[in-house]
Ligand binder design. Structure first.
Ligand SMILES: NC(=O)C1=CN([C@@H]2O[C@H](COP(=O)(O)OP(=O)(O)OC[C@H]3O[C@@H](n4cnc5c(N)ncnc54)[C@H](O)[C@@H]3O)[C@@H](O)[C@H]2O)C=CC1
Ligand SMILES: C[N+](C)(C)CC(=O)CC(=O)[O-]
Length: 495
């Protein structure tokens, strides 16, 4: 798989800082150049929010973080980098100058992506010596969570470079989409600008305030767009007759005066004051980093919900997250051979804000999630991976008994240990302890039973020999350990 070896970010504001976070969290050493006097503080805060978001996003093993270095010059930043991402302010003269400077200083093979929201790549690559390796990689805020980058080539960009860029984005969890032709604003911002222009008219004309407008989006079509976009959504809106009926019914409205798209509202002082005032009333009680954290937690929730979409196969950004996680698991070092003379440590967790409920402690189903993730870790340990599952075999959980013994507070580090109980492998009987890392106290236990199945035949069958070869020594080793207190217990109630 084509991979970025070393990245450079030129410009470390809202977008450049978040690109840096995306690279670093994917294990890529990254050098950043931004002359802003507070660049390190700002990027540090973005990085902290990004790390917090990733801890909520996935249990898959992220690689060790890449090293983040602050360079004193653009030339120092791009030295040795094979992906350079320009994210300086949206001015064609400034961007062209910076990209030309990058071109002169960088390895001629290095890819150069611009974060521009709408400037044509042909205009940006005009003065370059090696323009074939320059393209637009237009991301969406926050870059460390939203996976899309629109890849747009200019007149001198090589198609192979766009394909290479797309391939290099996949292992960092991003989806590159290559546009057929360059156009101002690309696809995303053409759509967003149309909406934005309408929104400004609606505020200007006192049809509603900013909060009402946001409510209209987030309680309705905003949720649709996260999962099906525009065309698939409208196909469904056409009912059984589908898209043709939808076009016939709503096509004529396009010519009615529903929108003001051809006019641009005058952003005079009065309108700016009105919008800023309404926005302050709507959201001013919270700081930007706080709002970012709320946004990130919601985005993580949406992506995780989409991961379960389409009957567990994953849908849209959730399917991409699933594929990213599979990549992380396959790239992770193989687990060390287990010491069978003691319980096996399987997985680490941390109690995130989204895991805490109205009682101020870790909510019930997160205990079960820790155990479910640990039983997946057990399966990986004995060689039950996605290839094994795709080939028609798996383990299904048929019974478990969870005991919650202590509270877990926000931020607590937790880990799970496993003891295998006597079983033949067709049955896989295990006992888990969830412990708090700070004092090793047991905060919960789970006794768990899985059955090995042939998914094609829909019945239990013995595991394949290569699985048994790994499982049997573990079961035999653990047979000499004391039976865990609580094993075999039913739900207890004093009478
Ligand atoms: N903010 C957003 O929502 C999005 C922005 N973009 C694009 O990303 C680019 C950057 O935008 P933001 O990050 O929002 O702007 P920003 O204003 O937050 O950051 C720009 C940064 O560039 C730095 N800078 C200025 N001149 C520089 C130079 N010569 N060399 C290195 N650094 C320099 C500034 O100090 C500043 O930190 C723009 O092209 C914008 O269109 C793309 C997607 C979304
Ligand atoms: C406002 N904007 C044009 C900079 C927005 C983008 O380019 C993409 C986004 O994140 O909405």
């Amino acid at each position: 798989m084509s991979k970025i070896q070393k990245a450079a970010c030129i410009g470390g504001g809202v977008i450049g800082g978040a690109w840096a976070a995306r690279f670093v969290l994917a294990g890529i050493d990254t050098t950043i150049f931004d002359p802003h006097p507070e660049a390190e503080r700002i990027i540090g805060e973005v990085m902290a929010n990004a790390e917090r978001a990733y801890e909520m996003l996935t249990m898959a093993p992220l690689p060790p973080k890449g090293k983040l270095t602050y360079a004193a010059s653009l030339e120092e930043a791009v030295a040795g980098a094979d992906w350079i991402q320009e994210s300086v302010p949206e001015r064609v003269d400034l961007k062209r100058g910076v990209i030309t400077q990058i071109d002169a200083a960088a390895d001629p093979q290095a890819l150069i992506g611009s974060s521009t929201s709408g400037i044509l790549p042909t205009d940006l690559q005009r003065d370059m010596k090696h323009p074939e390796r320059m393209f637009v990689a237009h991301p969406y805020n926050p870059v460390y969570l939203l996976p899309l980058a629109e890849l747009v080539g200019g007149e001198k960009t090589s198609r192979a470079v766009l394909e290479d860029a797309k391939a290099k984005l996949a292992p960092i969890g991003m989806k590159g989409v290559i546009l057929n032709k360059e156009i101002e604003g690309f696809v995303g911002d053409r759509l967003l600008e149309a909406l934005w222009r309408e929104a400004l008219w609606l505020i200007n004309d006192d049809i509603c305030d900013t909060e009402t407008l946001d409510d209209v989006i987030r309680y309705s079509f905003g949720m649709r767009w996260a999962q099906m976009g525009l065309f698939e959504t409208y196909r469904i809106a056409g009912g059984e007759a589908g898209m043709r009926h939808f076009l016939a019914q709503f096509g004529p409205c396009l010519a009615w005066p529903w929108t003001k798209l051809t006019d641009v509202v005058d952003l005079n002082d009065e309108l700016v004051d009105k919008i800023a005032g309404q926005s302050d009333a709507q959201s001013g009680a919270r700081g930007i980093r706080d709002l970012e954290r709320i946004r990130d937690q919601n985005l993580v929730g949406i992506m995780q919900a989409l991961k379960a979409g389409d009957a567990g196969r994953g849908w849209g950004a959730g399917k991409l997250l699933s594929e990213f996680e599979q990549h992380l698991w396959s790239a992770a070092p193989a687990p060390a051979a287990a010491d069978v003379t003691k319980p096996i440590k399987l997985a680490d967790f941390r109690v995130h804000p989204s895991w805490v409920d109205y009682n101020g402690h870790m909510t019930e189903y997160r205990y079960s999630q820790c155990f479910a993730d640990s039983s997946d870790a057990l399966l990986r340990l004995i060689g039950v991976d996605m290839d094994y599952v795709s080939a028609g075999h798996s383990y299904y959980t048929v019974e478990n008994h969870v005991r919650l013994l202590d509270e877990c507070k926000l931020g607590d580090a937790l880990y799970v240990e496993l003891q295998l109980l006597p079983s033949d492998g067709k049955k896989l009987h295990s006992f888990f302890w969830l412990r708090r890392a700070a004092d090793n106290a047991v905060v919960a236990t789970c006794e768990h039973l899985m059955l090995h199945v042939s998914t094609a035949e829909g019945k239990t069958v013995p595991p394949l020999p290569e699985i048994l070869a790994k499982l049997e020594p573990l079961i035999a080793g653990h047979a000499s350990l004391p039976v865990p207190g609580g094993a075999g217990r039913h739900v207890g109630q004093k009478r």
